[in-house]
Design a protein around this ligand. Structure first.
Ligand code: 9MR
Length: 370
């Protein structure tokens, strides 16, 4: 009797343990997020659904809320995929982050032009900006708790990037976007999101930018560090310095687009996530086309563990860690900065099975509690 009871307890504990996902393991620390690709939104499969249910408590659309997708032409909006995201989120009891309202990429030319193709005036562009922000934020007021209001507005040296937004409106386009967002949904969290924020010059640029917005009385709730990392860079200490610098502004810090490439980085491409920088394919840039060698798998697990140890140490400042992809097969890293490679940047393999990196991440809180 005693024996069978302890066996039963053992089985129950084991099944409870396997029912625990990262969202449960990190529930006292920060939200754990994933993205939903177009395919996953429009043709949701049981495996992805199960993964969302078990592992994550916050979702972001990978592409389907970007201007080009949701408002491709002046004829009107296409909300189908974004609406599907809200449904998926409800199914997995996940919260939703809106990505992204204002970006220099993926915004159709018509937004900046009049009917004859000439650039519109500052007033016209501001009014289009306001209308777009208000349309999305009003429609998803009850579903989306936080928005990437402005994405990737900085150069690597920390200065403001040239873009059609900036050319036509002026340097205050960022402030205007945040003001419009605060008006559209006063309850929503509003974020500035960018890549390479670990690099000192860009980190300083983000600090200057957000400090200046806050000084003007503009609401900024948090800074999203995208975190498209590699096995050996950036250094954990650099990431930590940025977390500390952003937290000291009094805003939330989020790791918003985490993935770790194991592939060589072509010299001609700028490290980061500038999607226009594509380098030519070469066999030597695709060394693990068939499979990932054990030692690289182990190094990836160690790298994930080191980063999550850091994130967990700074859990008071970090509100969310979102992976940019569910499993390796769907990652954008297979096609950037070189098209057609086989990369292994996430916690789940191409069959949706947890990799050693998953276990490494899952054990951080209990190891640190000892
Ligand atoms: O992962 C996204 C990829 O599928 C798209 O082709 C690309 C362009 O829209 O955007 C990728 O996601 C980017 C994100 O929206 C902003 N930060 C950089 C990400 C990787 O390029």
């Amino acid at each position: 009797m005693v024996k069978s009871l302890s066996l039963l307890v053992g089985v129950l504990c084991a099944s409870m343990a396997s029912a625990q996902g990262l969202k449960d393991i990190y529930q006292d620390a920060f939200l754990i997020g994933s993205i939903a690709s177009h395919q996953q939104l429009t043709h949701p499969d049981a495996q992805t659904r199960a993964l969302f249910q078990r592992e994550f408590n916050v979702l972001t659309a990978e592409n389907d809320m970007k201007w080009q997708r949701i408002y491709p032409s002046p004829e009107g909006y296409n909300f189908a995929a974004a609406d599907a995201l809200m449904q998926q989120a409800e199914d997995c009891q996940c919260q939703v982050v809106g990505h992204t309202l204002i970006w220099h990429q993926q915004t159709p030319d018509w937004v900046f032009e009049d009917e004859s193709g000439k650039p519109v005036s500052r007033e016209v562009l501001l009014s289009r900006m306001q209308s777009h922000i208000s349309t999305l934020m009003t429609r998803y007021k009850n579903d989306v708790y936080g928005w990437d209001v402005v994405n990737e507005a900085l150069n690597e040296d920390g200065t403001l990037r040239d873009s059609r937004w900036r050319d036509i409106i002026g340097d205050d386009y960022i402030a205007q976007a945040f003001r419009f967002a605060a008006e559209a949904d006063p309850d929503a969290e509003l974020y500035y999101n960018d890549y390479n924020l670990n690099a000192p010059a860009k980190r300083d640029g983000a600090v200057r930018l957000v400090k200046s917005l806050l000084a003007q009385g503009i609401k900024v709730s948090g800074i999203g560090m995208q975190a498209h990392y590699m096995l050996h860079s950036p250094k954990v200490s650099q990431v930590e310095a940025s977390i500390q610098a952003f937290a000291s502004l009094g805003v939330e810090v989020m790791i918003t687009e985490l993935d770790i490439s194991v592939l060589p980085f072509p010299k001609q491409a700028a490290i980061g996530a500038e999607i226009s920088e594509i380098a030519a394919y070469a066999e030597e840039l695709n060394p693990y086309a068939k499979q990932l060698p054990q030692e690289v798998q182990t190094a990836l697990a160690q790298r994930y563990q080191d980063l999550f140890t850091l994130f967990y140490q700074h859990r008071k400042s970090i509100s969310r860690v979102t992976f940019w992809g569910t499993h390796d097969g769907t990652s954008w890293k297979n096609n950037w900065p070189v098209r057609g490679r086989t990369d292994y940047p996430l916690l789940f393999d191409r069959d949706g099975k947890p990799k050693p990196a998953y276990d490494a991440v899952a054990t951080v809180p209990s190891v640190m509690a000892q």
